[in-house]
Design a protein around this ligand. Structure first.
Ligand SMILES: Cc1cc2nc3c(=O)[nH]c(=O)nc-3n(C[C@H](O)[C@H](O)[C@H](O)COP(=O)(O)OP(=O)(O)OC[C@H]3O[C@@H](n4cnc5c(N)ncnc54)[C@H](O)[C@@H]3O)c2cc1C
Length: 85
């Protein structure tokens, strides 16, 4: 199993927790009410908090895929050298 597996699902659970916290805090701040302007701020704050984590995850997945493709090509070349393929 490569380390990128499950990251999308895991990240979406983290998203849900962080978004829920920002929305919940907005509702608490406003005495149990959903206030449009404050909700927009809650969503902006959620995006700011998650942006770097999501960007790092994205870069890591691209790196792993490129590295996996490179290693797979190396294995193909070795097997070709052994006349297995
Ligand atoms: C082909 C494929 C394979 C994948 N394989 C893996 C894997 O093996 N492992 C892994 O961890 N991750 C995998 N992922 C990634 C993973 O599926 C996603 O990262 C994860 O599902 C994101 O969850 P989410 O809740 O953020 O968004 P989503 O699962 O996209 O959920 C968003 C929901 O919101 C709904 N929606 C959108 N707009 C509106 C609207 N305006 N009003 C109401 N509802 C709306 C959509 O219909 C959808 O149901 C894969 C993704 C794809 C496409």
């Amino acid at each position: 199993m490569t380390p990128d597996l499950g990251q999308g699902d895991g990240s979406s659970l983290e998203d849900a927790v962080v978004l829920g916290r920002h929305i919940g805090n907005s509702v608490i701040r406003n005495g149990g009410l959903i206030v449009q302007g404050d909700m927009a701020k809650a969503i902006d704050d959620y995006v700011k908090e998650r942006r770097w984590r999501a960007a790092c995850l994205d870069h890591r997945v691209v790196y792993i895929r490129v590295e996996a493709a490179r290693r797979s090509k190396m294995v193909d070349e070795v097997l070709e050298g052994w006349s297995i393929l």
